[in-house]
Write a protein of this length. Sequence first.
Lengths: 315, 298, 130
Amino acid sequence: MAWVTWRQHRLQFLIGIGMLVSVAVAALATGLPMHAAYHRDALSACLPPTARSGCDIIVHHFQTEFGNVLRAVRYLVFFPALVGLFVGAPLVAREFEQGTYRLAWTQTVTRRRWLLSKTVLLAVATALGAFTLSALAMWWRHPFDVLEGRMSPSSFEVEGIVVPAYAVFALCLGVFAGLVLRRSVPAMCAALVGFFGVRLAVAKLLRPHYLPARHDMATGLTPDSHSHDWVLNNSIVDAVGHQITSGREDLAILHARHARIDASEYLLSLGWHRAVTFQPGSRFWVFQGVESAVFILLAAAIVLATVRLLQRTPS
Amino acid sequence: MSPALQTRALGKRYGRGWALRDCTLTIPAGAVVGLAGPNNAGKSTLLDLAVGLLAPTEGEISVLGRDPWRDAGALGSVGYVGQDAPLYRSFTVGEAVEFARATNVRWQPTAAHEFLARLSSDRRISTLSAGERARLALGLALGKRPSLLLLDEPFARLDPLAGREFLQMLMDGVAETDATVVIASHVTADIERVCDHIVLLTGGRVRLEGNVDRLLASHRLLTGASRPLGRISGVREIVRRRHSGRQMTLLARLDRPIVDASWSVDRIGLEDLLLAYMTPEQLPTPRAHEKGPLRWHG
Amino acid sequence: MIEFHLEPRSGVAPYLQIVQQVKEALRLGLLDVGDQLPTVRDVVADLAINPNTVAKAYRDLERDGLVVARPGRGTFIASTLAAPSLEHHEMLRRQLKRWLEAAEQAGLDEESIRALISTTLREALVRRVA
């Protein structure tokens, strides 16, 4: 089946390689100057503990200069989805559309082995490609990771081992959609919607809870620096711990102004202080591991469902 | 020798309609079977069930003694060519052969391979004619050295020459592999030449089944003056009747030769026999003026 | 080697046609003792008919003693038919020519001659079978 998989997907493979190469070229083209600038300006010395005067300006300048490309890197989150779309969805759907399932599934190779062999081989290739992409992103983002951390979603989702996990999941989801819907285009749409739906659900509902979040009670109203952490909640709470809505806060400030006392002192006297809920940046790899495991398990479950469905009603 | 294909009360339902119902058949090994019937009679459904692409809704089917749906190994000895000879159009001929080799445990080029060799292995399948594609698909199926070969409407898109070439390759393959063949075709003339066994399906049910020689020997066209019909000695069943003025024509299934002199008795050809079973309104006129064998009574 | 042809609409079973063509060839002297008949596969690949048909024809011929099957080597002619010698052919042909001239003189056209010949032949064959 290795030859069959290669022969049927070699165009996709070559396109994938091509895209990787273009991304790599773009990354190098934009990244090398950025890294040079980073080292030239010794920006690593501008981290909070050793911050020196003028750092603010330098960092700000650096961020603005390379901000555009930084935003472009965010689009790498779409690459795994593309795999699901263009490799996974047509895998089974095209066989139905062109009637070639009558050739493929009447040989000695069982339907199950046909599907599993193809899916596994493609998943391995996908994982390798996605990992390369992730490595590129990690190299490129290094200065920003140092300055801003990488726990926040925009960097978490394009670095590390989650990228191959997303891609493999997208592939398997695409294959399943193709089997259910039997037409490539509807399967692509379903795979797209399903993929981003699941990703969003995991990012919003599961990821904040992989480990219990840390709470930081500041003594004052200004938050400590959590620049490298993933801040989940940043608000003012009262002495008991209830969150103060912005309405109440505005009311209190108005009251203070009215009474001609300093607003912050007044809030402090009420027992209010800032509370930050966050996931520390040091947990980056733990979280990467958990999230990857989630997606790999989902992928495995989908493959199982696909095989079960294949055994039951192919035509 | 165990039958190549056997079904018992086999049925397949799609939604509210039955594509095949109450189908009980035994196809002997070594036969060349014509699966005849109009479009949507259930021929493709029967073949799909036999090759494990569909699961029965009711009843059973066994192919070479095994269940094609559950038993994955059954397909190793079953060759199948679907309608319009499905092939990967972007593959070359050589790659198609490689595909067959890669997806089958046992694959040996047969004499059909000569044809495959004559086709340049670099030619893309999309550039082949319909006849070449049909023969390529057949060659791939024969390469499995199948004990049972299933063909779904292989002549549908072929011109007469291509159809003849296909049949030549098929019969040569049968002679070489001793395979049992089931050919589904809604054009009886295409398969009349080679079939020794016939199964007629209409509306998803088996209308007629049996050895061709025996069927032709046991059916006769009776022509005579119109009259109320009682029992005619020798006739087991009147299959169809037709009145035209003062004359009536019957298609009768006999168990003994007819001795009643008031009937003129003629043989019937296979195509006409099948048509008569398919369409009760039409009955062929006896071919009284044909050169050839003697007309004999009985 | 003899080449067979098939007349699908003749009403004669294919295997019988093959038997008849072998006998015809023997009668005409086109096949002699020791000549090999085409293999089943050759016939089938040429005529696109059921291999069982050819096998049946060859079995019939073997039963009649006309051919013998040598496993692994083929099917060979074993004996010829008792055929009238060529002088008989020539004599019969001359007689037929004279008869045809007489029929023409009697005023029969081609169609009538054919009808007369076929009905008389049929009667003779029926008498022979009966």
